[in-house]
Write a protein that binds this ligand. Structure first.
Ligand code: ADP
Ligand code: ADP
Length: 228
């Protein structure tokens, strides 16, 4: 079973009398262990695609199967549970809780998942160790650099052992040296089996992925390396 299967996915936004077809007939299989970069100009449909993959939005045509399950059959509560348990998210602006330390930020998805405090702490420390930040676990976001914040966000994305890590411009707010460090973490995670889909504008960043997909006018084109 592919981790992700998109079958002729379309997305039309209806605003008043104007319909914008943001995605057209997008078909794509992503298997466990794949690492995709999605590139494309502004307005090409990348965010729309990411919102569908992340179960924040539903296609208006076609089907999205996540781990073999048709997302259209799920209600909002089930989708919320899937987002927390099967998906990990990394954002351009980190999206950490500002008032709590790194350890508590990383524990958050496990609180939603109902995991007990002792196990939460154990797993959060383990995930922070993997991203090389365990010695900063008591620091709040404003006491961390951009790269360190993104490492916390990556640790948070991993703690529920997601099927898929979704990253939206993960290096968009980082300098080149820090971006490379974050890409090296992604590469190590992918080498250990983590499946990754990442949006990026930067060819140097896309070059880290095994597969590059270009989005243009709502259609995707494979650039290189896909397993099909
Ligand atoms: P990208 O992420 O590549 O910049 P988007 O997915 O944001 O592309 O946008 C694709 C197209 O869909 C654009 O024409 C955009 O204006 C339109 N669009 C995106 N979101 C909405 C929305 N919520 N309502 C109406 N149109 C939208
Ligand atoms: P577990 O409780 O499953 O044994 P660990 O304590 O080993 O988890 O690791 C904490 C978190 O770090 C896990 O929830 C998992 O998401 C992630 N993790 C640790 N090791 C790996 C690995 N080799 N591959 C993928 N994810 C890992």
């Amino acid at each position: 079973t592919p981790t992700v299967r998109l079958e002729g996915v379309g997305k039309t936004y209806q605003t008043g009398t104007v319909a914008v077809e943001a995605l057209k007939e997008v078909s794509l299989d992503v298997y466990a262990g794949d690492y995709l970069a999605i590139m494309g100009p502004s307005g090409s449909g990348k965010s729309t695609l990411m919102n569908i993959l992340g179960c924040l939005d539903r296609p208006t045509a076609g089907r999205y199967l996540l781990d073999g399950q048709d997302v259209a059959t799920l209600d909002d509560r089930q989708l919320a549970r899937i987002r927390n348990s099967k998906l990990g998210f990394v954002f351009q602006n980190f999206q950490l809780l500002p008032r709590v330390d790194a350890l508590n930020n990383v524990e958050l998805p496990m609180i939603y998942a109902g995991i007990n405090a002792k196990e939460r702490q154990r797993r959060a420390e383990s995930a922070l160790t993997r991203v090389g930040l365990v010695e900063r676990m008591g620091h709040k976001p404003n006491e961390l650099s951009g790269g360190q914040k993104q490492r916390v966000a990556i640790a948070r994305a991993l703690v529920n052992q997601p099927l898929l890590l979704l990253a939206d411009e993960p290096t968009g707010n980082l300098d080149s040296k820090t971006s490379i460090e974050i890409m090296e973490i992604f590469q190590a995670l992918n080498n250990e089996g983590t499946t990754i889909i990442m949006i990026t504008h930067e060819p140097d960043i896309a070059a880290y992925a095994r597969t590059v997909v270009t989005c243009r006018d709502g259609r995707i084109t494979l650039q290189r390396g896909h397993s099909e």
